[in-house]
Ligand binder design. Structure first.
Ligand code: XIL
Length: 372
């Protein structure tokens, strides 16, 4: 994963722009400040490998300027932390801590337990070993980082309808080992190890107004109710919000569903917002306008829900997006590249930045739970 990021060569434009940050950047209130004024925590996922690119200083400066909280994009994933059965590599996560300390930023840990994106050796574990790993991993990581990382995606993406299992649960070594109970168990271990942290259940694909979205919404809702009945110590539900221009949306309807989830007694975090522009026609400027419109439409509805306490984007600049890396890998020669975020590859604010700013200015104030 990290290797992929490092391997991708990004053109010189970003490096040139890095040297000359727009002067207006200093004079405009940041998104972090706008959100904080309303009691909402704003931030984005961050990847320490980007600091090693030619544009690293501009990348870091953008986060220092705009964000109040960073989510680890890769640093806490098992593939990075536990590349082999007998090694644990804290170096990338420690580097993330150092960056956040320097710029006095909060941190969200992503993610402790996920049935996907695992190194092969974990897929090969037997049920007993997977159960032991689940406990040892949560304890080890939280013991080390609990004083610094205040909010955690304890379990990521429990739902996977394509696996055709009861409850539409997603297949993987932890589900195989413990059944649905792997989820409650993970939260119990996390709470016991480090009381006081914000423990989040994070899920994808709940947003679209189609059959897929409806399946994810009802499956997640049912799961959350069962977990609640069991007394699992879940503080908040994270909704990833990777919006895809190829899918249909009804953001007002989605916001009503988010409210119904909040009414169960949870805080809501919008954890991985970006807008995939793959189905949008036109040149860069036209697509940027259409992407901005989607950000505006989405946020103007969902930020009405006062239980939404945190908004984090999945990266902030187009060329550091997972969608961009993926496109470079799949179509190395294509001229058109994804433009899913609020800054362009020259670290210039896009129209989507204005859309987010307007939505933050317009939303009702809330009592946001501040992330340490
Ligand atoms: C993605 C990263 O952005 C990529 O760099 C990596 O190759 C794969 O994982 N949902 C999640 C995130 O919860 O962890 C994913 O992150 C994006 C989708």
């Amino acid at each position: 994963m990290e290797a992929t990021r490092r391997a991708v060569l990004v053109g010189g434009a970003a490096a040139i722009a890095a040297a000359a940050l727009p002067a207006r950047a200093q004079s405009i209130t940041s998104l972090g400040a706008k959100a904080a004024a309303k009691g909402l925590t704003f931030g984005a996922s961050f990847s320490v490998a980007e600091l090693d690119q030619s544009y690293g200083p501009a990348y870091g400066a953008m986060y220092a300027r705009e964000a109040r909280v960073l989510t680890s994009e890769l640093e806490f994933k098992m593939g990075v932390l536990r590349p082999t059965a007998d090694a644990i590599d804290f170096a990338p996560a420690d580097r993330l801590m150092a960056f956040a300390d320097t710029h006095r930023l909060g941190l969200r840990g992503h993610t402790l337990i996920w049935n996907d994106y695992l190194p092969d050796w974990i897929h090969a574990l037997g049920p007993r070993e997977a159960e032991d790993l689940l406990e040892a991993h949560i304890v080890t990581v939280l013991e080390r980082y609990k004083d610094r990382v205040g909010s955690w995606d304890v379990v990521n993406e429990p739902i996977g309808p394509w696996d055709r299992l009861p409850g539409n649960l997603r297949k993987g070594p932890f589900l195989t080992a413990l059944g649905e109970d792997y989820i409650a168990r993970s939260f119990e271990i996390a709470r016991r190890t480090a009381p006081g942290l914000e423990l989040v259940l994070n899920e994808a694909q709940t947003e679209s107004d189609d059959e897929n979205g409806a399946t994810f919404r009802s499956s997640l809702f049912g799961l959350v109710q069962r977990l609640q009945d069991k007394g699992a110590p879940i503080d908040a539900i994270g909704l990833q919000c990777h919006i895809d221009s190829a899918r249909p949306y009804d953001f007002a309807k989605f916001a009503a569903w988010v409210q119904s989830l909040a009414d169960l007694g949870f805080r809501i975090l919008l954890t991985e917002l970006d807008v995939n522009d793959r189905a949008l026609p036109g040149d860069a400027a036209e697509r940027d306008a259409a992407v901005a419109k989607i950000y505006r439409g989405f946020l103007s509805e969902v930020l009405q829900v006062k239980a939404v306490s945190t908004l984090t984007l999945w990266q902030m600049a187009d060329h550091t997006s997972w969608l961009y890396y993926d496109a470079v890998q799949k179509t190395p020669r294509a001229l058109r590249r994804p433009r899913p975020l609020i800054y362009d590859s020259g670290f210039r604010r896009k129209r989507a930045w204005d859309a987010v700013a307007e939505a933050l200015d317009a939303m009702p104030a809330r009592d946001g739970a501040k992330i340490r």
